[in-house]
Design a protein around this ligand. Structure first.
Ligand code: PLP
Length: 395
């Protein structure tokens, strides 16, 4: 037999392993140093009380014959799909409950959606990029083209009309750069997608962090229903990284190549996916209740305060960055023209703080570093004090 040799074309899964290796080496040789981790993309605050209560109640129902639930619907229970539709309406976007597909997190659908598209499709990703979009398409053997971003375009990559793409992966607010598209920029992508008969795969995993007047959904943009699929997640919105729940929105009218895209996706899901557990869907529903929104907002605000601390430190140092305002990520240009790994080592050794080297996210990440706001607040303050001191010592 033969294996899928496309896997030979994957780069090493090197970034986080290398960060862990260097951090471990340093801490083993300096056991007295307290290392602060600002590289992690996982949340640290616990679930909101309403969410925990909903899981408990659902667990109780599962233990009683009359209310026990077996296999869930592939596309999610109506109560959750309705709640998600209501959530979209709360920021002025019309999504029908029947267009919502509940899943076990955005990563699965971002990676699996390619099942319904031809291997011959050309995939556009922005650079730097969330690696899932790249690796899942390499596994499938698709050609990838890159739309570069840099400090010159505020790390908001824009379409190049001379390049054709069939599938366009956008992520806003962006991981890793924290940059968020405005309506005009998204309209340019929608127009480009329509001209190319392409589909935009829009990852809105961080929409809940948007505080400025920016689109929270691609479907806030005219024309997007003709050319876009949206992925969202409760992981960062409501601390569901361990609980696992997200959702994908496919407009009813979205068609390509003579096929309805929502129907193709339903066919795919009903073949390879058996749905999200009842207690988790009840937990997700609780997030969208008024009390759930209030409680989860408190956690988001906590992370946003951390982001402000990081942004303020960079302002003081005169280091340019994107993100922090509408995103839990702060993406900095390393000082003194240092390379990503060079600055990583410098900060680890001189401030005992761990970031994520930008070049791990693509060519355009060279010379950049990502800090996350998911650490403890006091630790974030201390980390920034140490970084300020270490960076000033460079001068
Ligand atoms: N999309 C982006 C841009 C992410 O950064 C992440 C997680 O870090 C995901 C999707 C995956 O989220 P989930 O936990 O819902 O699978």
């Amino acid at each position: 037999m033969k294996v899928n040799r496309n896997f030979d074309n994957l780069g090493e899964s090197y970034l986080f392993a290398e960060v862990a290796r260097r951090t471990k080496n340093y801490s083993e040789s300096h056991p007295d140093k307290k290392i602060i981790r600002m590289g992690i993309g996982d949340v640290t605050l616990p679930l909101a009380p309403v969410v925990v209560e909903a899981i408990r109640n659902a667990a109780d129902e599962m233990g009683v014959k009359e209310t026990f639930k077996g296999y869930p619907e592939y596309e999610g229970y109506d109560f959750l799909r309705e709640a998600i539709s209501g959530y979209y309406a709360s920021f002025g976007v019309s999504v029908d409950a029947s267009e919502v597909f509940v899943n076990d997190g955005a990563k699965s659908d971002c990676g699996n959606i390619g099942d319904i598209f031809s291997k011959d499709c050309t995939v556009l990703v922005t650079d730097p990029v969330y690696p899932v979009y790249v690796d899942s398409n390499i596994m499938a053997g698709r050609r990838i083209v890159y739309a570069p971003s840099s400090s010159e375009n505020g790390f908001c990559a824009m379409p190049d009309k001379s390049i054709h793409a069939d599938i366009i992966n956008l992520c806003s607010p962006n991981n890793p750069t924290g940059a968020a598209y405005n309506a005009e920029q998204l309209k340019a992508w929608v127009d480009y997608a329509i001209e190319n008969d392409a589909i935009i795969l829009y990852d809105a995993a961080y929409e809940a962090f948007i505080q400025e007047d920016l689109p929270r959904s691609i479907f806030a943009i005219e024309g997007a229903r003709q050319c876009a699929i949206e992925f969202c997640s409760l992981s960062k919105t409501a601390g569901f990284t361990g609980l696992r729940c997200g959702y994908t929105v496919i407009p009813k009218e979205l068609e390509r190549d003579g096929h309805n895209i929502g129907k193709l996706w339903y066919r795919r899901q009903s073949t390879k996916f058996n749905g999200v557990s009842y207690p988790v869907q009840r937990a997700a529903q609780a997030v969208f209740s008024p009390e759930g929104q209030r409680q989860t907002r408190e956690n988001i605000d906590y992370y946003k305060r951390n982001a402000s601390v990081i942004a303020a430190a960079m302002d003081e140092l005169g280091i340019s960055y994107t993100g922090g305002k509408n995103s839990p990520y702060i993406w900095i240009t390393c000082p003194n023209g240092m390379g990503s790994w060079e600055f990583f080592d410098y900060v680890l050794e001189n401030a005992n703080v761990v970031g994520t080297p930008g070049e791990g996210f693509g060519e355009c990440g060279k010379g950049c570093m990502r800090f996350t706001s998911f650490a403890d607040h006091e630790a974030t303050i201390e980390a920034m004090e140490r970084i300020k001191k270490a960076v000033r010592a460079l001068a």
